[in-house]
Write a protein that binds this ligand. Structure first.
Ligand SMILES: [Ca+2]
Length: 335
């Protein structure tokens, strides 16, 4: 039973704001002001715990740890971190992660089969990638429909949809799957339209989400451009980049991860801060005006890389902090 005990005993005790992280430590990171109950730490070093996040059917938070061998998907309990899925070898399991409306857990295994990749549903393979696909590096569900990245294509409910370039992100916008791409001229593409890149190397299309973030009754498409530390908010894919609302961050790969909810937007900047703390901005509808954003909502601890993944679960905002080498990652719950 020792294995079970180990798995259930790894809740980070946390660090009260007023106390040093540990006696004799060189660095005391006080910027992460979360209460102890707001931080969960991974179980292994260097596994990228917090690289992806999803909400399970019963409201639990699922956490991808794709860089361990094997990759894993965890489920957060109030006082514990438990293994939900475990792959085999360095398979990237959980880099892409989504839950459909029936509650099935979709996980990518993009490095499986020498980089062809696999798509798993509740741990069982349902699709296998082709050459250079790295199938399932990103996955998005909309109701019962599921789209996964597959090289320069999307796999949408099992059918292959060709893209102008290799996909870096996928989401659903007004019932249509949308791909983000960081190479070539097109940044965002769907069958309903495309968005050209505003500037070379802006990496627009690295992250995507869609919802009525400004509460005007219509859905917006939000496009992260971490190379330019910018997040674009579009009303339609027929809009020109210059017509979109542009939120400008302070650097740190602002826009590497985005999460949308009605009246709210979460933006991660995992390389924010000299100590690579990373940071997250939780913006309400009134804050979504063009220009430079204010101070982060939460800054991580040294080395956290906070904001590599972000999630709204309906009640809270969450952010992954997969961290640097030589330590476990973490997941933070914002108020
Ligand atoms: Ca709207």
């Amino acid at each position: 039973m020792w294995t079970l005990t180990l798995l259930l005993a790894c809740k980070d005790p946390g660090t009260p704001e007023s106390q040093p992280a540990c006696t004799g430590c060189d660095t005391v990171e006080t910027a992460d002001t979360g209460t102890p109950a707001d931080r969960w730490t991974g179980l292994r070093d260097d596994e990228g715990f917090g690289s992806s996040l999803a909400r399970s059917a019963d409201g639990a938070v699922l956490v991808g740890a794709p860089f361990g061998a094997p990759g894993r998907v965890y489920i957060l309990q109030e006082d514990a971190v438990e293994v939900l899925l475990e792959g085999s070898g360095a398979d990237g399991l959980g880099l892409g992660l989504a839950v459909d409306s029936a509650g099935a857990v979709w996980a990518g295994q993009p490095l499986a089969d020498s980089g062809l990749g696999r798509l798993l549903v509740d741990g069982e393979p349902v699709a296998y990638g082709a050459v250079q696909d790295a199938l399932g590096a990103r996955i998005a569900a909309s109701g019962s429909a599921v789209a996964a990245t597959a090289g320069a294509a999307l796999l949408v409910d099992g059918a292959r949809v060709a893209l102008p370039a290799r996909a870096a992100a996928v989401t659903w916008f007004d019932g249509v799957p949308v791909a983000g791409m960081v190479q070539e001229e097109v940044a965002v593409w769907s069958e309903a339209g495309a968005l050209d890149r505003a500037a070379a190397h802006d990496e627009a299309g690295y992250a995507l989400c869609a919802d009525d973030v400004d509460e005007d009754g219509l859905t917006e498409l939000v496009v992260g451009a971490p190379g330019a530390a910018t997040v674009y908010i579009l009303d339609a894919l027929t809009q020109a980049p210059g017509e979109a609302t542009a939120l400008e961050g302070p650097g740190g790969r602002f826009g590497q991860a985005v999460a949308c909810a009605p009246g709210a937007l979460l933006v991660g900047a995992p390389m924010y801060g000299e100590a690579l703390t990373g940071a997250v901005w939780q913006l309400d509808a009134a804050a979504l005006t063009a220009g430079t954003v204010g101070a982060p909502t939460r800054v991580g601890r040294a080395g956290d890389g906070l904001g590599a993944a972000v999630l709204f679960d309906g009640a809270h905002a969450w952010a992954g902090a997969p961290g640097q080498a030589d330590g476990p990652g973490a997941v933070i719950r914002l108020p």
